[in-house]
Design a protein around this ligand. Structure first.
Ligand code: P6P
Length: 335
């Protein structure tokens, strides 16, 4: 019966990716295997985050990561789980994690044709107060059989073959693009499966929400200051935009993707390259925004055209609804 179809014709993320893969007859299923290990990591972190309050995983692990931030136990745990899952997939050669100063080069016997850049638990400073946090990842292919080096991940975002995030909030949702649109999968804990709930997500062409840390306003440059002013005091009689800022990138970007609007982490006098990391925050979110019909801009250029020189490099980022980003691009062009 049609009514039961959604209950019996389960479109799991694995089945979805296998369908995608079937479009490439030469594919040997490597990406499907890689993705299944990323999904395993997300399921583990989802479970750990949900139990964190009870399992006293909250609180500092006493170590600090290379960002100088005190690592919380869930950070350490999540990073370990993802590194181990990705290495054991036998489909990766280079890994870059927000938590590790150096890249991880997989031992020859376990190497595969993908390089994964990821933030295992972005927004972790919000763990203790129960705000949504997430895993962000981007995937490059390794296009040679020599010894892998960091050059294999210091590539523009426009060479990424897939990107996604998993948000650990009221529900656990994995949003993924392999280059043919953006699709959202919600974890059904009773099945332990991510089920397709948001096929072919498209961001509204224009939104009425802006998302920025207003606390940095005194340090912003001219175009950002002008743009935010325009959001609050529109000259053309249109309604002012609403401000929504969680302070957890996955939560702010997920809302922007579904509701429209613009997310900004601009450069400022204190941080001339902004705060967010190119490889595992800016690129994956920019990839998703473009695949959903939006755009992503650095203040100088299309975000995906950036060529990173260091694995933890930062960049200013303005991403979201096509028309909203267009407006800030015009202000930077005038500057
Ligand atoms: P601020 C969280 O620490 C994070 O890396 C992103 O998830 C988030 O968008 C940003 O930093 C928030 O930074 O300076 O506004 O607190």
């Amino acid at each position: 019966h049609a009514a039961d179809a959604h209950r019996t014709d389960l479109m799991t993320i694995t089945r979805f990716v296998l369908n995608e893969q079937s479009k490439y007859p030469e594919s040997r299923g490597d990406f499907t295997i890689l993705l299944s290990h990323i999904v395993l990591g997300c399921k583990f972190v989802c479970s750990a985050v949900n139990k964190a309050g009870l399992a006293k995983l909250i609180g500092l692990a006493g170590e600090t990561n290379i960002q100088g931030e005190e690592q919380k136990k869930l950070d350490v745990l999540s990073n370990d789980v993802f590194v181990k899952a990705l290495v054991s997939s036998g489909r990766t050669s280079v890994l870059v994690s927000e938590e590790d100063e150096e890249a991880t080069f997989v031992e020859p016997s376990k190497r595969g044709k993908y390089c994964v850049v990821f933030d295992p638990l972005d927004g972790s400073s919000n763990i203790d107060c129960g705000v949504s946090i997430g895993t962000i990842f981007g995937i490059y292919t390794l296009d040679h059989t020599n010894e892998p080096t960091t050059e294999d991940v210091l590539k523009p975002g426009n060479e990424m073959v897939a990107a996604g995030y998993c948000m650990y909030g009221s529900s656990c949702m994995l949003v993924l693009s392999t280059g043919t649109g953006v699709h959202g999968f919600t974890l059904d804990p009773s099945l332990g499966e991510f089920i397709l709930t948001h096929p072919d997500i498209k961001i509204p062409k224009k939104g009425n929400i802006y998302s920025v840390n207003e606390g940095n306003a005194q340090n912003w440059d001219g175009p950002t200051t002008k743009y935010v002013e325009k959001c609050k005091f529109p000259k053309d009689g249109s309604p002012a935009k609403s401000l929504r800022y969680v302070g957890s990138m996955v939560a702010d970007v997920h809302r922007t993707l579904l509701y429209g609007g613009i997310f900004l982490y601009p450069a400022d006098k204190k941080s001339p390259n902004g705060k967010l990391r190119v490889l595992y925050e800016v690129f994956p979110m920019s990839f998703l925004m473009e695949q959903a019909g939006g755009q992503a801009f650095t203040g100088q250029k299309r975000a995906l055209d950036l060529v990173p020189e260091k694995i933890h490099e930062r960049s200013p980022i303005f991403l979201g609804s096509y028309d909203d980003v267009e407006e800030i691009k015009a202000l930077y062009a005038e500057a």
